[in-house]
Design a protein around this ligand. Structure first.
Ligand SMILES: Cc1ncc(COP(=O)(O)O)c(C=O)c1O
Length: 477
């Protein structure tokens, strides 16, 4: 719980606590029978005297909204009839239903703690606000003519943006396709969602890297898919493992994030890319290539391997996903799917039913940005990110602690660390929060205990140094 009473307010603290619970009960966010925190734990959490919490709970009991039973603590009254002003639906019952599973507690806690004042955020895979090309976007927005089609657009996305992408993908990624092989989405997350909803069915088995991008794991689980992770080494996944899994589990699709992988930062080698395509062609197994980070190479001497889709046989087997979230700004909500036109048609049809298309203004802004700013912006971003990456690596080195090791990523946002921490991920996260530092415990990606992901994209240089220093203190506990 991240609510705290306002100690400066003229309203007594016990009354604020009482009102906080009263409102949540009346809104149905706390349902009949649900437990309230114990007086002691709440007092500790919100940093007030236990007697203040006792007074608040006494008041709540006197209204009939809560009851206390010896051995069971305090809980919302089972029968609120006549106690709350009107009969309202039990929203808790509804919110626990529906196709989407609730977010994982670890993830919810990270999101909640992100809003804490003074916390150093090394968890979020998001650029820091000073790295967004705000002035370029502002200028392009100012110049934007609203003579662009403002009605519902082609379900595949605005024609002009798709044509710009044909050129952009050809020049920057060596991907050569027609505009009818491109679908514009509201980011790679929607692309993954459309693929799971349109091309797969509950019970289908899919193969992923182990560890894997956390939000794909939760999305796939909500879609009822059976997930099989192939453990990665420093060169990505081992393609031969796909064959074994295919035999045992009748795998239907392979999902990979082969370049500057989230969370490990690794890149699948050209040899393994070739082998993966050979294996999947042989098995007639589609591959989804999530390529959110490959533009973000952080060393001048390195050229990332060509995307899987461009490897021989790739155009027939690979559905390629791109996004502007990691390179420009996630708030644009612009991504794309590249694939055989029949697949694009199917996904576009579903997208139309789902949201009637991505914002025309966002699409136009993305188009003009790609056409006029891309090259300069990416160079600048690569430079800035490489400074942040180097700063994080140096700070880790300065810890001089043999209980933590890492690999230096050649691109992307992340440093993946192996530590000797043996506590539960949720406990490690809480220790971090107490030290005012946020990182992602590896369990969220399907990794074993002790792994930690740090992102260097979001924090400032000073925060990175301080955050890693604080993590060093945690390692010594
Ligand atoms: C590997 C990977 N794929 C997809 C996404 C989702 O990105 P988007 O904002 O384009 O939906 C992310 C975001 O963190 C990511 O790291």
């Amino acid at each position: 719980m991240y609510w705290k009473p306002d100690l400066e307010s003229s309203e007594p603290v016990f009354r604020q606590i009482m009102r906080y619970f009263e409102e949540r009960i009346i809104r149905g966010e706390l349902s009949p029978g649900q437990s309230l925190p114990s007086e002691r734990s709440l007092a500790e959490e919100i940093k007030v005297n236990r007697s203040t919490v006792s007074m608040a709970y006494d008041e709540l009991r006197s209204t009939g909204l809560v009851r206390s039973v010896r051995g069971r603590g305090t809980h919302v009254s089972e029968d609120l009839w006549g106690v709350i002003p009107s009969r309202i639906p039990n929203w808790n019952l509804y919110t626990s239903k529906g196709a989407f599973l609730p977010g994982l507690p670890l993830d919810l806690r990270i999101r909640e703690a992100s809003n804490m004042p003074d916390i150093i955020n090394l968890a979020r895979s998001e650029l820091s606000p000073d790295l967004f090309p705000v002035s370029d976007l502002q200028r392009l927005l100012g110049k934007m003519s609203l003579s662009i089609p403002l009605g519902y657009s082609d379900p595949r996305g605005a024609r002009q943006l798709r044509e710009t992408l044909v050129k952009h993908l050809g020049e920057q990624y060596d991907i050569h396709v027609d505009s009818d092989q491109i679908l514009i989405t509201t980011g790679a997350q929607q692309s993954l969602h459309l693929i799971t909803q349109c091309l797969l069915a509950p019970g289908d088995s899919v193969v992923l890297e182990g560890p894997s991008y956390a939000y794909s794991l939760s999305l796939f689980t909500s879609a009822g898919l059976r997930l099989f992770q192939i453990p990665m080494d420093e060169y990505g996944l081992q393609p031969e493992e796909v064959v074994e899994l295919y035999r045992r589990h009748k795998v239907r699709m392979v999902f990979v994030n082969p370049t500057y992988h989230n969370p490990t930062g690794t890149t699948l080698t050209p040899q393994r890319r070739k082998r993966l395509i050979e294996i999947c062609s042989e098995l007639r197994l589609p591959i989804v290539e999530d390529d959110a980070y490959s533009a973000l190479t952080l060393d001048d001497t390195i050229t990332p391997p060509s995307p899987l889709v461009t490897v021989e046989g790739g155009y027939n087997n690979v559905i390629y996903l791109g996004s502007m979230s990691k390179t420009v700004a996630p708030g644009l909500r612009i991504g794309w799917v590249v694939g055989p036109s029949a697949v694009i048609q199917r996904l576009a049809d579903a997208k139309e039913q789902m949201d009637l298309g991505t914002s025309a203004i966002s699409q136009e802004l993305a188009r003009t940005f790609i056409e006029s700013e891309w090259t300069t912006h990416i160079k600048k971003l690569q430079k800035n990110l490489s400074i942040r990456r180097d700063c994080m690596i140096s700070a880790l080195g300065r810890l001089d602690n043999k209980n933590i090791s890492w690999t230096v990523p050649n691109g992307g946002y992340h440093v993946w660390c192996r530590t000797n921490l043996t506590a539960k991920d949720s406990d490690i996260l809480e220790i971090g929060i107490r030290h005012k530092i946020l990182f992602v415990p590896g369990g969220l990606y399907g990794a074993q205990r002790g792994y930690i992901k740090f992102s260097f994209a979001r924090a400032t240089i000073e925060e990175i140094e301080e955050g890693i220093h604080r993590f060093g203190e945690i390692l010594k506990l």
